[in-house]
Structure formats: C-alpha cells, structure tokens
Design a protein around this ligand. Structure first.
Ligand code: SF4
Length: 437
C-alpha cells in the first residue's frame, strides 16, 4: 500500500507528456523550423488530428475547444485542416510511412460523420498509409448509431470515452451530465462497430466525491469491460482554466483524501486484473498498452502513455504539437488565426523549442522513470540528483541500483516528483502545474 508523504508531493510538477514541457515553448520556433524538420524526416510517423469542437463544454476541461454550434466556423476550420494535410504531406519525404492516426480534441464526434470520413479520406490520399492503427476520443453524449456505423466502416479499433464519473450528483457538479444508460449504449455501439480496445477516462478528486462514489464508478467501468482505464486526479487551476470557476472549490477533497483515492483506485483495478501502466493508466493484460508495459516498450507522448514507437508525431489542427527528436513545434492556438494562416498556404507553427542534446539526455531519464520505473543515470546527473532525492531514498520510494535509479512499488505516486529532479527548467514556474496526485 502507498504511504502519504505530503512534503514530498508539495511541489506541483508537470505531467511530462513531453520534455521539455510546453511551458518551455517560446516564439523563436515557427513554421520555418517545422518545414525543415518535415523535410529531414524519413521512416515511420504517427499523425494526431485535433478537432477543437464539442457539443457541450464541461466545466473542468482544460482542452483547447469550443462549442460546435456554428456550422460556418466548423466548416472553415475543416477547410483549413484539409489544407494543412496537403501542405505537410508535400513537405514530407516520399518514404515517410504513417503507422498510426489519432483523432482527439475537443471531441472528434463534435463534427458530422461525413466530415470525419472526408478527413480520413484526405489523410489516406496524401500520406503513405498502410493498415494504420487508428484511435479516436469520443463524447458519449453525442455518439449515435450513425457515428458508430462510420467508425466501423473506417475500421477504428481503438476508442476512448470521456466518462469521469457515473455519479449523477458529481456529473452535475462538473457540468457533464451523462446517465449511466448513455455510457452503456455508447459502449455497446462501439463494441458492435468493431472497437477492440476501449478506454474509459475517469477522475478522482471531484467536488463532493466520496470513496464510495469512486468505487462505484470503478466497478461500473470494470463491469462494462473497459480494456483501458485512465484514472486522473482532477486539477483545479481556475487561474489557468477560467471555465473551472463554475466548480465549487470548497467541496474539493483535500490533498490527503486525493492521495487515498489514487491509492484506492490503483488497488481496486489491480485486484480486478488490470496491469498498472505508468502512474495513472491501467490495461487488461491482453491489451497492447499492457503488453507494452510488460515488455518495456511503453512510451509517453501528448496523449499520455502509449505503445506507439514512431520517432515522429505530426500534429494537425489548432494548438496541435508536432514532436521530432530535435524539435517540438506547436500550431497556432487561436482557431481564427490558424484558419487565416492556412488560407495563405502557410504552416501554422508559432511556438516550440529546439531540443538540445542535453534536453534529450534528460528527457530519456524522465521518460524511462515514468514509463519503465527505472532509468540509467549518468554520473554527472547522479551527482546533482542524489542529494535532492535523499528524502525519497529515505522514505523507501526509490533506490539506486548500480548506475540505475529505480522507483519502488510504493514510489509510484511520487514518480513525477522524482522525475522532476532531472528537469532543470523547474525553478520559478510552479503555478502552471498541478499536484502529482
Ligand atoms: S467533451 Fe471532452 S474535450 Fe469537450 S469540453 Fe468535455 S472534457 Fe473537454
């Protein structure tokens, strides 16, 4: 069982879906850098397509999204997305092969099924794609039979449902009302459409949430047969996400309760037969994510933990990030400016960072700690990190094993805090992050 050490979780830390994190992005990186990185790349790539629209906006959500209530705005965004697909494909060398496509948002099912099919067609026409793994994030509130049929036709085998909680009172407290029957129907439709790997996003640390609420949501998720579960702690940062001001901060569980909820969720899901994937994901043993964990192939990217091994991820859409070994480049966040730039046939990267050799060395340590729970640490990094890690060693949360740093089973909830000791950028920007648990 995990032991709570509040002092070792006191400093907010990034989620490290990239290193350096987006907090380090600057405006010195732009379309020219992206253009050059595209032209240089050869081999395998993965694609991420960002759809920044939702039928309804949830109060807790920190995503770059808006209500899909104006068909002209959605249509002009999709025009821009199609233009971006052409521009990027033109710049990529011919031997670049696409192995994966992920649709995220927002809610990809915030657009019409026919628009979605057109996007898939455009990707297929302009890129060298052969039997890719295609995944999609879905909002159960807007998932009807028409959408399920399209997913089956396209051949999508991986989907993720935004569930968060089954408790009606909590759903009202976070502005996301979706009765259990709706989630059951969505699950049945997706299974019928051929989805073999189905993820449920769940949250703990919600306003007014009790341990019994969490247990019930976990039980219902397991009973519905989710292949993967992402169990996130709700991060209340209204100074960064204005829509969270509607959430009653006075009803939020305290830090000790949040820790107990994370520990409880972990224990319940392991007892139900799931494999722990990184620090907040779980997967059934036969699922590709569990297999990646068990074989040491787990990786981290902007979508969280993944079995994707491609060295390059190309992001399409407003705010999407492209990741190359030597560069991170983020598209213009504002959808109006994004559309305007593409109407002028310009790539829209406006921020990012060039990854130095030192960034890559430290990023490898951080990634290995979070994904494999163990990292080879070179002598100069050990010299700096070991003294600041002393409280974690003393508490039995990690240990040195020769040249390796190993996170022990009780250290899992502290993994991000331990990894952050190798991040030289974390000095004065702590307000931008949430607690590790
Ligand atoms: S459906 Fe998803 S992306 Fe859209 S507002 Fe809700 S949480 Fe955010």
């Amino acid at each position: 069982m995990w032991t709570y050490h509040p002092d070792l979780l006191a400093i907010p830390v990034p989620r490290y879906t990239s290193f350096p994190t987006a907090a380090e992005f600057g405006e010195s990186v732009g379309a020219t850098d992206l253009d050059a990185a595209l032209a240089r790349h050869e081999g395998e790539v993965s694609l991420y397509v960002h759809i920044p629209f939702c039928e309804k906006i949830c109060w807790y959500c920190g995503c770059n999204t808006s209500v899909a209530n104006r068909s002209d705005r959605v249509a002009s965004y999709l025009d821009a997305l199609h233009r971006e697909i052409v521009l990027v494909a033109e710049r990529l060398p011919r031997d670049a092969r696409v192995s994966r496509i992920a649709f995220g948002g927002g809610s990809p099912n915030g657009i019409s099924p026919i628009d979605f099919v057109r996007l898939v067609d455009a990707l297929t026409v302009h890129f060298d794609i052969a039997r890719p793994v295609v995944s999609i994030e879905l909002d159960p509130r807007t998932l009807g039979p028409e959408w399920a049929a399209v997913l089956g036709t396209v051949g999508i085998e991986r989907a993720s449902l935004g569930v968060q909680t089954f408790a009606p009172v909590l759903q009202r407290a976070i502005g996301r009302v979706q009765p259990a029957r709706m989630i059951e129907n969505a699950t049945a439709m997706l299974r019928g459409a051929g989805v073999r790997s189905l993820n449920f996003d769940l949250m703990y640390g919600l306003p007014g949430q009790t341990m019994a609420d969490l247990e019930d949501s976990l039980d219902q998720t397991v009973a519905l047969g989710a292949d993967r579960i992402a169990l996130f702690g709700y991060a209340h940062v209204p100074h960064l996400v204005a829509r969270q001001r509607r959430i009653d901060a006075g009803a939020l569980p305290d830090a000790a309760t949040r820790f107990a909820m994370a520990a409880f969720g972990h224990a319940v899901l392991l007892a139900a037969g799931y494999v722990a994937v990184g620090f907040d994901h779980f997967a059934r043993p036969g699922d590709a994510l569990a297999q990646a964990t068990l074989t040491g192939q787990l990786r981290r990217n902007f979508q969280g933990f993944t079995d994707d091994q491609a060295p390059v991820l190309l992001g399409f859409g407003a705010s999407a990030i492209s990741a190359f070994p030597e560069l991170l480049a983020q598209n213009e966040k504002n959808t109006g400016r994004y559309r305007m730039m593409l109407s002028q046939d310009r790539l829209t990267a406006t921020r990012g960072i060039v990854r130095s050799a030192e960034d890559r060395r430290r990023g490898a340590v951080i990634g290995a700690l979070l994904c494999q729970g163990r990292a080879r640490v070179e002598p100069d990094l050990r010299r700096d990190a070991w003294p600041v890690l002393a409280p974690y060693f003393d508490a039995g949360l990690c240990e040195a094993d020769g040249e390796d740093l190993v996170i022990l089973p009780g250290g899992l909830p502290y993994a991000r805090s331990i990894a952050a000791r190798f991040d030289p950028y974390r000095k004065d920007s702590l307000r931008r992050f949430s607690s590790a648990v």
